[in-house]
Design a protein around this ligand. Structure first.
Ligand code: ADE
Length: 258
């Protein structure tokens, strides 16, 4: 996958993309990330990227010209080198659709993404209307720009690309990938400060372990994010478990449910 990011602050991207699985993904050529400085696409001598809002109001607005120029130049390079194909052009903005694991999965299926980091008080509306194909928000709060949001999106997408994580299975149980939060995890020692790992995990019985984990994922979701259960893919028995637990005054401790 190739990801092109347009920003006024390229230096912000130095750290996150040169560590851990990300660096490994780049080294293995599973992903390439190109950071473009929007200022490099200006044509006036002051390299102006923003201007006052028509109609007045506080704050500066990102001008359309450098962003159109940048996206069109990147697009034509991509089409020249790799041919056509659908190419999402995504603006990071608090006004976008709310990012989710589902959207990360959707984006991970493209061979290219272009991300535009908004800044200041906003971007000229013509960028929204005539250039971008999607707008994404990472949450209902306002950041000082789209850079951190772009990093969040890129991180969530890249770890889903085949070969990036050690084992393909390791993303399947992630919180949110099956509509549920992840079950509790333990490692050695089996007893730490008197706190034991649940017996079932030491049993070696894989069917029982899978069942326990599924139930724990459901219980955890019910406790912390009950609204997620409306959309989760539960069988009849699991729906009954949810109904039983929702109507009981307190949820039972984890080792009582098998
Ligand atoms: N830019 C500023 N705030 C943002 C948010 N919450 N999500 C995406 N981009 C943003």
């Amino acid at each position: 996958m190739q990801i092109d990011i347009l920003t006024l602050f390229p230096q912000m991207f130095q750290g996150p993309f040169s560590t851990g699985i990300f660096q490994r993904a780049i080294d293995h050529k599973l992903v390439s990330v190109n950071i473009h400085n929007i200022r490099d696409y200006t044509s006036d001598k002051h390299h102006t990227v923003d201007d006052y809002a028509y109609g007045g109001g506080a704050g500066m607005i990102l001008k359309p010209e450098p962003i159109f120029e940048a996206v069109e130049s990147i697009k034509s390079d991509i089409y020249r080198e790799k041919g056509g194909g659908e190419l999402p052009i995504i603006l990071l903005t608090p006004q976008g659709r709310l990012f989710s694991q589902q959207i990360a999965l959707e984006l991970s299926r493209y061979s290219h993404l272009i991300l535009i980091c908004g800044r200041y008080e906003g971007v000229d509306e013509r960028i929204r209307e005539h250039l971008v194909t999607d707008e994404i928000s990472i949450g209902d709060y306002v950041l000082s720009g789209g850079e951190l949001a772009a990093m969040v999106v890129v991180d969530a997408v890249v770890r889903l690309l085949p070969g990036v994580l050690g084992s393909e299975a390791s993303t399947l149980d992630d919180s949110h990938s099956n509509g549920l939060l992840e079950y509790p995890q333990y490692t050695r020692p089996a007893v730490y400060r008197g706190w034991s790992v649940p017996e079932v995990l030491l049993s070696g019985n894989h069917a029982q372990i899978a069942r326990w984990r599924r139930e724990q994922a459901i219980i955890r979701t019910l406790e912390r994010r009950p609204e997620l259960l409306d959309k989760a893919n539960l069988n009849l028995e699991e729906r009954r478990l949810v109904n039983r637990l929702s109507t009981s005054p307190t949820l039972p401790p984890s080792d009582e449910i098998h």
